[in-house]
Design a protein around this ligand. Structure first.
Ligand code: JFZ
Length: 602
């Protein structure tokens, strides 16, 4: 799966070489356009479990994931005892319109609510089963009805999470433990499907107006579960029959390549690493648990949440951020605080998020942040530099856009501030004020009257200057040598276990001498020759064997990587150069190449 994604992105990158930054549509499927335009939505986990608050008979969640909505299964709670949690709901306080207002204020465009979670409890007044929140609470209120009215009133799209595979309430529904007990047969499971799943989906798609999407939750391949493909197809058919515009996510149990699946949902809190053409989202939490958990203490910072949103947008993805209200409907303060801060940010920088997408440069090639671009659809184009880390020397270095912008403006709360810049080939330097534009993420807008030209393959300049030539930014065939990411101990590296040559596209900002440092691990017994060539000049060095390095006392060792200054190569003028490095390990030698550092000598 990941390998395929990697290949796709490499194809995209190579086709992007020397292209222009055409304003791309974020999707070519009309039904899903609103979703990719929206970029940011709210998830709400709310149900009977909200009243347990992650504690049962004095005990925290058992067995792993620590998701409060799993408490019935994890803590082996009986149907009756679990149903009695209904007593803790305070209907005088519950007001779904407040959730909608919080979403709106945060700049979110849609809401996905857990209509039925794994516990099997419908939170609407379902005619299909009496074991629903309204009946258990003995109220004629229907939160789904109220939420749908409020969403319509405030212009927020409404979507339902529906746990189709797992249902811990229905006698023939599925819970994981049946892998041991083997309790439910295929016939019985199909009864659950025909008598509960399909009728409840029919209710949800009939009684609450337009439903923007159904969010299913099977995070393993359906072939490894009791669910049959025909059953999933019945669901798709029903949705298309009742609400043809309603979107369906990949966690139905079918991958994005299947007809009927509109967008991909990544793993929980799994953010994108590569650009993907099809619509996709990350569902994430503000803290850890989805349902309200009294023992929660892992609140993410506003910067972190904003960066997650921006990272995903830069890779064509959405962010669906969860809140877990309490049984009285209130949203925990820590959540409200962050939603409000994000809303303030989006009110001034929203153009860089909504209807926006990334540019065709290497993802995360800049160490200061990310780039998004606004899909204007017309000739002019905006590019947004999302600065996570304000450079100490007050110069923002942007690599790969070779057209000079007409304007460069820092977006501040108080207005826009024009910034001076220079463009040298693909190297844009923007002079920044002392103060960051925003305490969380500063946005700088570049305006162009036509799609700017993009030079996708050139090595990005680091903050403070200098260029790192790595296994990730080579030109040429990236599959010849294995690329290993930073694994927690060793730095990222390329495994060169046979003689080989790798090269890069480098832009020298000026004439002069560039020093060349190489960082490597040589696990062989003998020296390995390295030669580096640029502009027809070559320098060589025999790289000595390297040893082990102690990471932590008493035995945690790993491969040592060393830096060696090989010398310098002089170029006669500014411009593009191919840099080539040649290594001659014997086949099977353990030679790990980390990077070359190129730096202009004074
Ligand atoms: C599921 C649910 O079990 C959970 O309660 C919550 O509703 C969440 C949104 O979805 O949990 C998952 C699903 C997928 C992964 C992990 C937990 N995953 O792919 O890593």
């Amino acid at each position: 799966m990941r390998l395929i994604r990697l290949l796709v992105v490499l194809m995209l990158l190579s086709s992007a070489l020397n292209s222009t930054a055409q304003p791309v549509t974020t999707s070519n499927n009309d039904r899903v356009q609103w979703f990719t335009d929206a970029r940011f939505g709210m998830f709400i986990h709310w149900g009977l479990y909200s009243a347990a608050e992650g504690i049962w008979h004095g005990e925290r969640l058992r067995n792993g994931n620590n998701y409060a909505e799993w408490i019935r299964y994890r803590n082996r709670i009986s149907r009756e005892e679990y149903g009695a949690l209904a007593k803790r709901f305070d209907w005088s306080k519950i007001n779904p319109e407040e959730w909608v207002l919080a979403a709106k204020k945060a700049g979110m465009k849609y809401i996905v609510i857990t209509a039925k979670h794994h516990d099997g409890v419908a939170i609407w007044n379902s005619k299909v089963s009496d074991y629903n929140l309204s009946k258990l609470c003995n109220t004629n209120r229907d939160v789904i009805k109220e939420l749908s009215v409020a969403c319509r009133k405030h212009g927020i799209k409404l979507a339902f999470y529906y746990s189709h595979w797992l249902d811990w309430e229905h006698p023939f529904g599925w819970d994981h433990n049946q892998e041991i007990t083997g309790r439910v047969t295929d016939e019985q499971y199909n009864q659950y499907w025909q008598q509960k799943v399909l009728p409840q989906l029919r209710e949800l798609l009939t009684n609450y107006g337009d439903i923007a999407m159904l969010w299913f939750d099977m995070w393993v391949d359906h072939k490894t579960t009791i669910v049959k493909k025909e059953q999933l197809q019945q669901v798709i058919q029903l949705i298309h029959e009742l609400q043809p515009k309603c979107l369906i996510n990949s966690r139905l149990g079918l991958s994005i390549d299947n007809p009927g699946i509109d967008f991909e949902t990544m793993g929980d809190n799994e953010f994108g690493a590569i650009y993907q053409k099809h619509p996709w989202e990350t569902a994430g939490t503000i803290a850890h648990s989805w349902g309200y958990n009294a023992l929660e203490n892992q609140w993410k910072s506003t910067s972190q949440l904003l960066q997650s949103l921006i990272d995903n947008v830069s890779l064509n993805g959405n962010f669906t951020l969860n809140i877990g209200p309490r049984a009285d409907g209130s949203i925990p303060y820590e959540g409200i605080r962050r939603l409000e801060d994000i809303g303030v940010w989006l009110a001034k920088s929203g153009e860089s998020i909504y209807k926006s997408i990334g540019v065709s440069l290497r993802p995360s090639q800049h160490d200061w942040g990310r780039i998004t671009t606004h899909n204007t659809g017309t000739g002019n184009q905006k590019i947004y530099l999302q600065v996570y880390n304000w450079p100490l020397d007050h110069i923002l270095r942007v690599t790969g856009i070779t057209t000079a912008p007409q304007r460069v403006e820092l977006i501040r709360k108080s207005g826009r501030q024009s910034l001076p810049f220079t463009l040298n080939g693909p190297l844009l330097h923007i002079r920044l004020p002392q103060e960051a534009g925003d305490p969380f993420v500063s946005t700088i807008e570049l305006s162009y009257d036509a799609a700017p030209a993009i030079e996708a393959k050139v090595i990005a300049e680091s903050s403070f200057g200098g260029f790192a030539l790595t296994g990730e930014n080579i030109t040429g065939d990236p599959s010849e040598f294995e690329l290993v990411k930073y694994d927690g101990l060793r730095p990222a590296h390329m495994v060169m276990n046979k003689p080989g040559t790798i090269s890069w596209r480098f832009y020298a900002p000026e004439a002069g001498k560039y020093s060349i440092d190489v960082s490597y691990h040589n696990g062989a017994k003998e020296k390995i020759l390295c030669s580096v060539e640029m502009d027809g000049k070559q320098i060589q060095q025999a790289l000595s064997p390297t040893s082990r390095v102690v990471v932590e006392p008493n035995g945690q060792y790993t491969d040592e990587f060393v830096n060696v200054t090989m010398g310098a190569i002089e170029v006669s003028k500014a411009g593009y150069y191919q840099v080539t490095a040649k290594f001659d390990p014997r086949t099977g030698d353990k030679f790990l190449f980390n990077r070359i550092w190129l730096n202009k000598l004074p």
